[in-house]
Structure formats: C-alpha cells, structure tokens
Design a protein around this ligand. Structure first.
Ligand code: AMP
Ligand code: MG
Length: 487
C-alpha cells in the first residue's frame, strides 16, 4: 500500500494502549474514487487542512487507495448481543481505524474508513458499503449533530467507481467516520466472553482516560456509573426528538455516549410509542418506546463484562453492578423529565411535570398528531396563538386538547421560556420520505442536488425555513416505510 504524502497528524493511543484488541488491516484498492460530499465544517473543527484533503488526491486517500503517511490501519475486535443473541466475534468487518486526530481544543477523535474492504473480521462479508447507506449515515449524523445530540459524524463520502453486490448491484462508497472513539459495549464483551480479564481491564483503563478523565484511575464502579449516565442522557435526547435508532445491539452502543451506526434508523412521524421501521425488527425489540429499556439491558451486559473488575468476590461484584444498573432508571427518568421541561417551556422543576408531558404525548397518540410539529407549535400556543397546534388535532380531540392547554398554561405562568422552547423543539427533522428521496436521487441518478439541499436545511433545524421539509410524510407512506441495515 502506497502512502499519499498527506499527513493527517494521526496519533495511535488505542493501538499503543490496547495491544491485542485489534488486528492490522489494509484498505482495498478501488477503481475510481470520486468525492461525493466533503464536510468542511468538520474538517475545520478537527484542525485538518480541508483544501488539501478535499481534492482528487484527497479522494484517493479517503477511498483507501493511498494511506496518509502517519496511518496505522487496524480493525478493532468486538462482540455483541444482536437482537438479544450473543455473537462472540463481530469486529470491524468493513471498517478500519487509521488513527486519531487531536483537534485544536485538545479533544481526540478516531478517524475510521467504513466500506474500505475486507479485514480479519469480515466473515463472509465483502467489507464494502454502498453510496445510499453511506450518504444516509452522513446526513443523519449531521442532522443529529445540529439537533444537539452526541453523535459520530462523517468527514466525507467518496464513491469508489465499483459496484457492490447486494440484492441488486449498487454503486460503492467509502465513508470517513469521526468518532470520540469506537469503543463499544461489545468491545468489552469480546474479552469478557474469553475470560480475558487483563484485556477488559486494559480497555476500561483506556476508556476512562479517554472519555472519563475526571474519574479516579481504577474505580471501575464509577466508570460503569458514568457510562450509564451518558447513555441515560443520550437516550433521553433521542426520545425528545423522536429518534428511533433501529438496531440497538450492544455492538452499536458506544462507551463515549455518542450515537453510532445509522443503518435502519428513522424519525417518528405521528406519535406512537410502538413505532418501528426496521425491516428486520419483526418483534419491535427496538421500537421507539422501548429504547430506554434496551439501553438498560445493554448496560447490564457491560456491567457483566466488568464484574471481575468490580470486586474479586463475585457476589459482591454482582451487588455493586446491580445497584448501578438500578440507578439507570432514575437517571434516565430525570434526564427525560429535563428534556420534557425544556420542551414545555418550564424553567423550574415540579413533580407533576412528568404527568403533564405524558398527557400531552397520550393526546398526540390518540390524535395521531405529528410528534415534531405538535411540540413545535406549542411555542405559538405559549405566545398566544393556538391555530397551528389545533390544526394537528382532529375534532374529537379538541376538547381534551383545550383541557390540557389550560393545565399547561397554569403551570407555565406569565413568562414562558420561549427561547428555550425554540431550542428544544426543532422545526426540521430528517423526514423519512425526504431522506429516501434524496438518497434515491444520489444513488440511482447520480444527482446530489436534493441531498445537498436537504443537508443544508437540516443544519439549521431550529429555524423556520424550508417548509416543504417540515411537512410530515403522507400517512400511507409512513405505514409502509421500512428501513434496512445497509450492509
Ligand atoms: P452493522 O450492521 O454495520 O452494525 O454491522 C454488524 C457487523 O457486521 C459488524 O461486525 C460489521 O463489521 C459486519 N459487517 C456488516 N456489513 C459487512 C460487510 N459488507 N462485510 C463485512 N462485514 C460486515
Ligand atoms: Mg455496527
């Protein structure tokens, strides 16, 4: 593999600290790299030279045809519970870590190529990715970032000029993913399943230094607690914007608390707690309303992996872990109530707020009202104009809505926090039908214009513009909408 002469300023703290947790890997050569989308804002934030990187030569590098001179490409080992079943060996089957960049603020980020060919973990897979799913990951990551949700982001998507074979032949692509790290719950499970406590400890020590430097070294109970708190906040953020991850397997849950892997995710349209769109989630395991429970289930798997570090006596270790996991429920509930209070425009905390939020959701469910717009139009109502809000609720639900609004107004008082409400209730989310239309144009017709236009709109989700993108999908579209894992 030749090097490009381009240096990214890569460092290799993971490779150095976690020997034995990865295998070396090399990207595959592809025929014709062509940059589809470059993320200048992210490049700048990372302190990378966008003018050098986002060129034809840079596209060769971002496709994996040449390596940055300072890369040390590797595939990480991980296991995972997929739909509840343990898979002892997953790992980076179609991705490799080039190294880490440290941004001007001193924050360290993984630089990963996704779709760059086979590794030792590919099993029967080709290690490749297609344009549509990679652009989807780019778009959803940016949308989440601008919605204020912790997330991995994409630096670029480069078409490879090669067809990848799926149900039909699709244009291939490589995505460059930037993440606080790619450490997952499944990373710990991989070594715990092999009873390799030394490696579990190594990973925990490294994760603590990298993601939780405020903790005391060696305090693994605090580490577990800290991961639980971040996940509680993350899932509460998801719930507040109507995000359905779709495949919350433990290999898709990060230790850093970032959202990762946008395969079959979707946004809720009309409110329904059982909403699920993923084609393979037949039992609704990862439905919208189940996400907090699944997060706790996944964190229990992390706790199990960490047991030998919590206490040498297993009974005591289980006791410590159980108490931490039990606290997750409280942490989540409190994070969710905070989200709801901001959405409702409330400044202080009152016990009854939870019921107020729940009752609004119940009303939305009965009315089959659009989740995003119902919240957004509460801002109008707080300012005295109920027209748009009422337009979302059919006649039989109007009286109940009036009762709820009276209760809410009493609680709100004279000085609702409209600014906070605007920041908490986006006008724009990635509407499923708009996302699909943009991806089809890009993937099937090589037309990136709809994608760029949607991306631009979603980078300002709290402002009222691009009304077409705010309009809910037709009801029958949502009824048949189905997402795929994108492998
Ligand atoms: P994901 O559905 O992307 O979270 O991937 C789950 C597991 O399958 C991971 O170990 C991936 O590396 C692996 N995988 C997914 N797609 C491919 C592929 N095309 N080739 C090889 N491995 C893959
Ligand atoms: Mg994954």
């Amino acid at each position: 593999m030749s090097t490009s002469g381009i240096t990214l300023g890569l460092t290799h703290s993971f490779a150095e600290a976690c020997a034995g947790c990865y295998l070396p890997a090399q990207p595959a050569h592809v025929p014709q790299p062509r940059g589809l989308i470059f993320n200048r804002g992210l490049a700048q934030a990372l302190g990378l030279d966008a003018d050098a990187l986002f060129t034809e030569q840079g596209a060769e590098l971002l496709a994996g045809n040449v390596l940055p001179t300072d890369a040390q490409p590797l595939a990480q080992a991980y296991a995972g519970h997929q739909f509840g079943n343990f898979a002892p060996q997953l790992g980076d089957g179609r991705a490799l870590l080039l190294g880490e960049v440290v941004d001007p603020k001193g924050q360290r980020w993984d630089v990963q190529l996704k779709g760059s060919g086979q590794t030792s973990f590919s099993r029967r897979g080709d290690g490749k990715a297609a344009v549509g799913p990679m652009l989807r990951e780019y778009l959803l990551g940016e949308a989440m970032f601008h919605l204020g949700v912790p997330t991995t982001r994409a630096l670029a998507v480069v078409a490879t000029g090669e067809a990848v074979r799926r149900e039909r032949a699709l244009p291939g692509a490589v995505l460059t993913r930037i993440a606080a790290s790619h450490l997952r719950v499944g990373t710990f499970e991989y070594f715990a399943a092999r009873q390799d406590t030394a490696r579990v400890r190594q990973l925990a020590d490294y994760s603590m230094r990298r993601h939780y430097p405020e903790l005391n070294a060696g305090d693994y109970a605090d580490f577990l607690r800290a991961v639980c708190v971040r996940q509680a906040r993350l899932v509460a953020r998801w719930m507040a914007i109507g995000f359905i991850h779709g495949v919350m397997n433990t290999d898709n849950m990060t230790i850093s608390g970032e959202t990762i892997d946008y395969g079959p995710c979707a946004f809720i349209e009309h409110y329904h707690p059982k909403a699920v769109f993923s084609s393979i989630d037949e039992l609704g395991r990862y439905a919208y309303g189940r996400q907090p429970n699944i997060a706790r289930w996944n964190l229990t798997r992390l706790a199990e992996a960490l047991l030998p570090l919590l206490d040498t006596d297993e009974t005591r270790a289980v006791d410590i872990a159980s108490r931490i996991i039990a606290d997750f429920q409280t942490q989540y509930q409190s994070a969710w109530c905070d989200e709801m209070r901001r959405k409702l425009g409330l400044r202080d905390e009152v016990k009854a707020d939870e019921a107020l939020a729940q009752d609004f959701l119940a009303l939305m469910e009965t009315a089959q009202a659009d989740f995003t717009l119902s919240w957004r139009y509460l801002i109008d109502a707080a300012a005295g104009d109920e027209t748009r809000l009422r337009s979302l609720f059919p006649a039989p639900t109007q009286t109940e809505l009036s009762h709820w609004l009276t209760r809410w107004r009493q609680r709100l008082g004279d000085a609702p926090d409209l600014v906070a409400m605007r920041r908490a209730n986006p006008y724009l989310i990635p509407r499923n039908h708009q996302v699909e239309a943009a991806l089809t144009a890009a993937s099937d017709h090589n037309d990136l214009a709809p994608f760029r236009s949607l991306l631009a709109a979603l980078s300002q989700p709290f402002d009222e513009h691009h009304q077409a993108y705010a309009t809910p999908a037709p009801r029958d579209y949502t009824a048949q909408y189905c997402t795929y894992c994108g492998t």
